[in-house]
Design a binder for this molecule. Structure first.
Ligand code: GAR
Length: 207
């Protein structure tokens, strides 16, 4: 089963549930995250481990780790989880923790990706699912989706176009993992059984 970590709205979580993925628990570092309500409404156990209640990042992560490991998940998914994780925490879940990031990595790691993409004048933008490593937003890439940047775009319109593709690629990547199709070699992910990466790299139209 999957444990998903969230901080907010939970639309990627909804996409994972809609795709029928076995999400057994959702944990948020914020008790007011809308995604917790969404999980409960769908009968999924939803837990808050509030980072603010802990004196240090390490103590927070120890509490988080205990809750995650209580479910013995095969896969941990960061689905809009907005806390930086320490190298020690990341190491514990090496090779079984994925993140979705709203840019075509390695471009635009970090925050405000859509505004930064517009400011840079890129003509193609998108999203990436990657294995989590200690370096923020830099782990081996599983799948990406690309969308055009249109002349009238605002950060909000571009974010909405990218988000639609996040909801396509994250369930696909999670399914590949659970089916044992993802192999990491030399920092690069190979999707077993895909032909020349045609289903591992999508280039999609405006909608
Ligand atoms: C998504 O766009 C996700 O890619 C992004 O947060 C949003 C969460 O939305 N994640 C990051 O920026 C991680 N660095 P959601 O709660 O509706 O899934």
């Amino acid at each position: 089963m999957i444990v998903a970590l969230i901080s907010g709205r939970g639309s990627n979580l909804a996409a994972l549930l809609d795709a029928g993925l076995p999400v057994g628990a959702v944990i948020s570092n914020r008790a007011d995250a809308k995604g917790l309500e969404l999980a409960r409404a769908r009968g999924v156990e939803a837990i808050a481990v509030e980072h603010r209640a802990y004196a240090t990042r390490e103590v927070f992560e120890e509490a988080l780790r205990a809750r995650i490991d209580g479910f013995a998940p095969r896969l941990v998914l960061l689905a809009g989880f907005m806390r930086i994780l320490t190298a020690g925490f990341v190491e514990r879940y090496r090779g079984r923790m994925l993140n979705i990031h709203p840019s075509l990595l390695p471009a635009f790691p970090g925050l405000d990706t859509h505004a930064r993409a517009l400011a840079a004048g890129v003509k193609i933008h998108g999203c990436s699912v990657h294995f989590v490593t200690a370096q923020l937003d830099h782990g081996p890439i599983v799948i990406q989706a690309a969308v055009p940047v249109l002349p009238d775009d605002t950060a909000a319109s571009l974010a909405a176009r990218v988000l639609r593709q996040e909801h396509v690629i994250y369930p696909r990547a999670a399914r590949w993992f659970l089916d044992g199709r993802l192999v990491i070699g030399s920092g690069v992910v190979i999707v077993k059984g895909s032909n020349a990466g045609s289903d591992a790299q999508l280039v999609l139209g405006p909608d």
